[in-house]
Ligand binder design. Structure first.
Ligand code: SAM
Length: 222
């Protein structure tokens, strides 16, 4: 079932890819990327990951701002990746690979930061994504989640061609993060209906306790 949903998304985005950076959509997305950069904190030589990277615009922008940054973009859509590779302005530092954000082919603690802009709403298994993000983040690393958010409403909808989408309010984002062992640092609106949530992996492993750990009594007081 999940595989079918992912295949449908891939088909939809394959069709959109050649037009994705056209004026109508890109003006909005570029403004969001630009505002996001104001909140990003990275050290030298940071390795970062972009989930659902699309045509790779965000990673190119990050690489321009941070001359020692190395980045990997992952996306299910082969046509989006074709665009990203063709427009890659930092080939020695940025690569784009095909894959599903729910099952990341990377090592534990590999990345100083993970980004996900305007893509999370398409994922059928949000908790699995957060768990994967938490796994690949290094201690102290940050997850920058940017997506539509209509006030405090919980929106789940099925749109012709696009398929199912799900929007998460602030509390739901915090809860998903908590379950994965990530702590919410802040929420900021980048545009009136587009919310950035910054989640952080604790510096030390036992700084946060998930509700699963509480249930099975795996907490330590020392
Ligand atoms: C609206 S685009 C956003 C692209 C880019 N992040 C941006 O800010 O412009 C959503 C992207 O998410 C990708 N996507 C959807 N589901 C995915 C999944 N399960 N794993 C990886 N990528 C996915 C799509 O192929 C598409 O490129």
């Amino acid at each position: 079932m999940t595989d079918n949903l992912i295949n449908d998304k891939e088909k939809f985005f394959n069709g959109w890819a050649p037009y994705y950076d056209c004026l109508l959509t890109t003006v909005n997305y570029q403004a969001i990327h630009q505002r996001l950069l104001e909140y990003v904190v990275l050290e030298e030589n940071a390795e970062v990951l972009d989930l659902g990277c699309g045509t790779g615009r965000l990673l190119n922008r990050l690489a321009e701002k941070e001359p020692t940054l190395r980045g990997i973009g992952i996306d299910v859509s082969r046509e989006m990746l074709r665009q990203a590779r063709a427009r890659n302005q930092y080939r020695e530092r940025l690569i784009f690979i095909q894959g599903n954000a729910a099952s990341l082919p990377f090592s534990e603690k590999q990345f100083a930061a993970v980004f996900c802009t305007l893509s999370f709403l398409h994922y059928p298994n949000p908790q699995q994504i957060l768990n994967e993000v938490s796994r690949v983040l290094s201690p102290g690393g940050r997850f920058y989640l940017v997506d539509s958010c209509i006030k405090e409403k919980n929106i789940s909808n099925s749109i012709p061609w696009v398929g199912k989408i799900q929007l998460y309010n602030q509390q739901q984002r915090e809860q998903l993060g908590r379950e994965a062992g990530l702590k919410c640092l802040s929420h900021r609106y980048l545009l009136p209906k587009v919310l950035l949530t910054i989640l952080a992996k604790p510096e030390r492993e036992q700084e946060t306790v998930t509700s699963h750990q509480l249930k099975i009594g795996l907490t330590h007081s020392h």
